[in-house]
Design a protein around this ligand. Structure first.
Ligand SMILES: Cc1ncc(COP(=O)(O)O)c(C=O)c1O
Length: 391
C-alpha cells in the first residue's frame, strides 16, 4: 500500500458543512424532498449514476453509508462496493447474485463453516451442486469444470488451516472457462491484497473484523467489477441486505486506523511466530517458513500478513493442549477475531469439511491464535508459561 493511501484514510470524508472531522450519522427511513420535481430529479440521477449515492428510500442508504462505500471502492480499486449487515451477508449476496437452479459451483474445501453450510447443504434445495476443491490441487479443479459450472468461490487463506492458494492461476482458469470468481478476503483485507485488480469479479470482507477493529460492530462489504455489477445490484435490491448508518459510521471510524493496526498486528504476529517456531512440537500455520509452498503463494500475492494464525501441536494428551489454551491470561476465548485484542481457541478441525490434504495425525491438535495489539513481550511471556502445560 502506498504512503498516499495511508494519508487518504486520515483525510477523506471530513465534513466541513457540519464542521466535524468524521461525517455525522444520518439516520433516515423517509428520505425527504422539497417537491415532486426534486424526487424525480434524484431518481433520474440514480438511473444515470447508480453508484453515485442518490437515494429516495432509507433502505438504499444515506450519506453515512455512501461515505463508507466511497472509501472502500477506492481501497478495493473496484467498480462498486455493496454493504451488508454482516460479513456473511456479503457471502450470501455474492453467491445468490450468480447461481441459479441447475448450476454447479466450486468452493475451496477449507471454507468458513457457515459458507460451507450454505454451499454444501442449503444450495441443494435450489438444485445447485457444490464441488469442494483441494486448495493445492488446481489441476483437478480445472479437470472437473463442466458446462454447468458457473462460479469458483475462494477463501484465502483457508479457514482455520491457512492454506495459501495460487490466486493468479485460479483467475486464469476461470477466465479460460468463462466462470465468475469470488474471494473471501477477510484475512488480508484490500490493505494487503487487492483481488479485483488481480482479476477476481467479487471480493468479500467481513467488516466486523479488521475494518471496524474494535469487536463491537458487525458489517460486510462486497466489492465488484463492472461485469457483475448489475447482477449484484438486482440481488442487493430484492434481498434488502443493507448496512445501517450507525454501523457504517463505526466502520468508517475504524478504517481511519486500519493501516496502523494491521501493520502492528503483522509486526506482533511475526514476533510471536518467531518465538513459537523454536518449539519442536509446534508447526505454524502462518506465512513464516520461507521454503514452504504457503509462504511462496503468500509472498507472490500479498503485501503483508494479518494477526490470525494456526498452530499444529503434537501431543498424545489432548487435555494438556486444552490446558495450555485455558492457562493463557492475555488471550480471550471467542470466535470473532480482527479486533485490537488477542484471542485463542482450541479447534476441532476434523469436524470441519474434508481437509484430508492436511494429513492431520491422531496426536496433532489445532489451536488458533489472533495476535492483538498488546505488547508482544507480554504475549510471549504468557505463551511461554502456558506452553509448559503441554505433555
Ligand atoms: C473468513 C470469514 N468470512 C466471513 C465471516 C463472517 O463475517 P461476519 O461475522 O461479519 O458475518 C467470518 C467470520 O468469522 C470469517 O472469518
Amino acid at each position: 500500500m502506498t504512503k498516499s493511501f495511508k494519508t487518504f484514510l486520515k483525510h477523506t470524508a471530513k465534513d466541513y458543512h457540519n464542521q466535524s472531522v468524521n461525517p455525522p450519522v444520518v439516520r433516515a427511513s423517509t428520505i425527504i424532498f422539497k417537491s415532486m420535481q426534486d424526487i424525480r430529479k434524484t431518481q433520474n440521477k440514480a438511473k444515470k449514476d447508480p453508484t453515485g449515492g442518490h437515494f429516495d428510500y432509507g433502505r438504499q442508504g444515506t450519506s453515512t453509508t455512501h461515505v463508507l462505500q466511497k472509501i472502500l471502492t477506492k481501497m478495493e480499486e473496484c467498480h462498486h462496493v455493496f454493504l451488508t449487515p454482516t460479513g456473511f451477508g456479503s457471502v450470501f449476496l455474492a453467491i445468490f447474485s450468480i447461481v441459479r437452479p441447475g448450476d454447479e459451483i466450486f468452493v475451496v474445501d477449507p471454507v468458513y463453516s457457515p459458507t460451507r453450510l450454505l454451499t454444501q447443504d442449503f444450495l441443494k434445495e435450489f438444485n445447485i451442486k457444490t464441488v469442494f476443491y483441494n486448495p493445492h490441487d488446481l489441476n483437478t479443479l480445472e479437470k472437473n469444470i463442466n458446462k454447468k459450472t458457473k462460479l469458483i468461490f475462494v477463501e484465502n487463506p483457508g479457514s482455520n488451516s491457512f492454506e495459501f492458494q495460487d490466486l493468479g492461476k485460479i483467475v486464469s482458469i476461470a477466465k479460460k472457462h468463462k466462470l465468475i470468481t469470488a474471494i473471501d478476503n477477510t484475512w488480508g483485507t484490500p490493505y494487503f491484497l487487492k483481488p479485483i485488480k488481480l482479476g477476481f469479479d467479487m471480493s468479500i470482507v467481513s467488516a466486523t473484523k479488521y475494518y471496524s477493529g474494535h469487536s463491537d460492530v458487525m458489517g460486510g462489504s462486497l466489492a465488484v467489477n463492472k461485469k457483475v455489477f448489475k447482477q449484484v445490484q438486482l440481488t442487493d435490491k430484492v434481498t434488502g441486505l443493507r448496512l445501517g448508518p450507525d454501523d457504517a459510521y463505526l466502520i468508517t471510524r475504524g478504517l481511519r486506523t486500519l493501516d496502523v493496526r494491521l501493520d502492528r498486528h503483522e509486526e506482533n504476529a511475526k514476533k510471536i511466530a518467531g518465538f513459537l517456531s523454536k518449539y519442536k512440537n509446534i508447526k505454524l500455520l502462518y506465512p513464516y517458513k520461507k521454503d514452504s509452498f504457503n509462504f511462496k503463494m503468500w509472498k507472490k500475492y500479498y503485501s503483508g500478513a494479518s494477526g490470525l494464525m494456526g498452530l499444529r501441536i503434537k501431543s498424545k494428551n489432548k487435555n494438556s493442549v486444552i490446558k495450555f489454551v485455558n492457562s493463557l491470561t492475555l488471550f480471550g476465548y471467542g470466535y470473532s477475531w480482527g479486533g485490537f485484542e488477542s484471542l485463542a481457541l482450541h479447534q476441532e478441525l476434523r469436524e470441519q469439511g474434508n481437509r484430508k490434504y492436511l494429513n492431520l495425525a491422531k496426536d496433532e491438535h489445532l489451536v488458533r491464535l489472533h495476535i492483538g495489539l498488546e505488547d508482544p513481550k507480554d504475549l510471549i511471556e504468557d505463551l511461554r508459561k502456558s506452553l509448559k502445560h503441554i505433555k
